[in-house]
Design a protein around this ligand. Structure first.
Ligand SMILES: Cc1cc2nc3c(=O)[nH]c(=O)nc-3n(C[C@H](O)[C@H](O)[C@H](O)COP(=O)(O)OP(=O)(O)OC[C@H]3O[C@@H](n4cnc5c(N)ncnc54)[C@H](O)[C@@H]3O)c2cc1C
Length: 431
């Protein structure tokens, strides 16, 4: 049963899979409570339980040997606090639902990932990001959360009340409890127009990295390491935010005159509108339209986040692997992410460049190539995306995070009996 298939019923005994179908969860069953009270009862009586978002991760980060619990059966929640410039949303809601509702209030989120169908809590728990020199990962917008702890009690955690430890609790990989709502910073709605430039030499991307990624509010380069060319998506705010100017004046030589899909050869039907036509930010920042329903994914993904300054060297290293990567690659994407203070964020206290890979769905063929890519990029300071594939020894990953020990302490304090434990996360973070 693909997890996106079940919209009704309180529990399912059938084995559940992630969106890509490369993971069959070990969980005994998937619970789908209809109210927070029901959820609290479930958690309070469980010896092992964990939250499942929309199941878009490519690894076992969501898994448990107990029960999984999905929150998309809870009543939707959109509670705008205009004075505070925040919105409180149901944790199981998807970004597409939240941004469409916010638009009705004349409000928007600053940044979005490529796909609007992913749950807010799942994205924040893994430091999911979009692209933009000044834009942090999506979890950086979280100012408070309601979390059901191991005793079934709800607790409110907020940056205001606990500024020291809150940054440790947002990107938490499901280890601190079941988040039922998140309060997110919002800003006035804004418009974005996007252009695509084709045939950009990778030499130019490496040499003029700052100019290219600074030329618009959000920039993505879809790269082909074998041909040495990129297609660059530039997403411009039609009116810039005060104090943030994204104008280096870079323009590619060949502006596309027809819309493009990120994967060459696929019709752009499901892509957000291009060719410079302005529209609400939530219909331009993601690459894919909210009204298109993606089927289960015929793909695998991996991504490494490196210090931004390493971008040119990383591009050179990847070009050296071009022939190795090409046979198993669908597309790769380079994005930038601004530094944040979230302990487990790959962009913790460093501006990052993300090297993303959408691979063919053949783990045996793909994993050795992922390992080769990692071997080249780890020495440059790479940290793997929490929700995607990695070939790294789990034990090496905790060492990449200087706040990992404090995170383990936070987990032990909030969940002493490890009701929310998960083998995969325990290995990654050296519990
Ligand atoms: C097609 C596609 C496009 C993607 N695009 C991007 C992108 O643009 N940028 C990027 O950075 N990543 C991207 N990803 C990766 C994706 O954003 C992450 O894997 C994200 O974690 C998936 O969210 P989810 O809701 O599916 O979470 P799941 O995979 O279901 O769970 C992920 C983690 O979140 C935890 N979690 C979920 N809900 C809760 C909750 N209520 N309380 C506590 N913990 C919770 C789970 O326990 C688990 O640890 C993409 C993935 C796919 C398949």
């Amino acid at each position: 049963m693909p997890i996106s298939g079940s919209r009704s019923g309180q529990k399912s005994g059938a084995s559940a899979q992630n969106w890509a179908g490369n993971i069959v969860f070990r969980a005994r069953q998937v619970r789908r409570p209809r109210s927070v009270e029901e959820l609290r009862d479930l958690v309070g009586s469980a010896s092992r339980i964990r939250a499942l978002g929309s199941g878009h991760s490519f690894n076992r980060v969501a898994d448990t040997e107990g029960d999984l619990v999905r929150l998309d059966g809870l009543p939707p929640l959109i509670d705008v606090d205009e004075a505070d410039s925040t919105v409180t949303v149901g944790a199981g809601m998807r970004y597409g639902e939240v941004t469409t509702a916010l638009h009705e209030y004349g409000l928007a989120l600053a940044n979005l990932a490529s796909l609007p169908h992913i749950s807010v809590a799942g994205c924040c728990a893994t430091a999911t990001h979009g692209s933009g020199d000044s834009e942090r990962c999506l979890a950086a917008a979280v100012t408070a959360m309601e979390v059901v702890g191991p005793d079934g009690e709800s607790a409110r955690l907020s940056r205001r009340d606990d500024p020291r430890r809150f940054p440790g609790a947002v990107v938490a990989l499901g280890a601190l409890g079941i988040v039922t709502s998140l309060t997110l910073s919002v800003e006035p709605a804004f418009e974005v127009s996007q252009h695509v430039y084709t045939g950009v030499p990778l030499d130019e991307v490496a040499e003029r990295f700052g100019d290219i990624f600074g030329c618009a509010y959000s920039v993505s380069a879809f790269t082909d390491y074998r041909s040495g060319r990129a297609r660059v998506w530039t997403k411009h705010r039609t009116a810039e935010r005060d104090g943030s100017v994204h104008r280096t004046g870079w323009r590619g030589k060949t502006p596309a005159e027809a819309a493009h899909h990120p994967i060459p050869g696929i019709p752009p039907t499901h892509c957000t509108e291009q060719l410079g036509v302005p529209g609400p930010s939530y219909e331009r920042l993601p690459h894919f339209r909210p009204d298109f329903t993606p089927s289960n994914g015929e793909e695998l993904q991996s991504e490494l986040l490196l210090p931004r300054d390493a971008a040119p060297e990383a591009l050179t290293a990847l070009r050296g692997l071009g022939d190795r990567i090409a046979p198993v690659l669908q597309i790769s994407e380079v994005r930038t992410v601004a530094a944040d203070d979230l302990w487990l964020s790959p962009a913790y206290e460093r501006d990052c460049v993300g090297f993303h890979f959408t691979w063919v769905k053949d783990p045996e063929a793909v994993l050795p190539v992922v390992a080769d890519v990692e071997e080249r990029l780890l020495p440059l300071g790479a940290r793997p995306h929490w929700g995607k594939l990695t070939a790294m020894e789990p034990a090496r990953i905790a060492a990449l995070y200087e706040r990992a020990a404090e995170f383990r302490e936070l987990v032990r304090e909030r969940d002493p009996g490890r009701v929310f434990a998960n083998e995969f996360v325990d290995q990654l973070l050296a519990f």
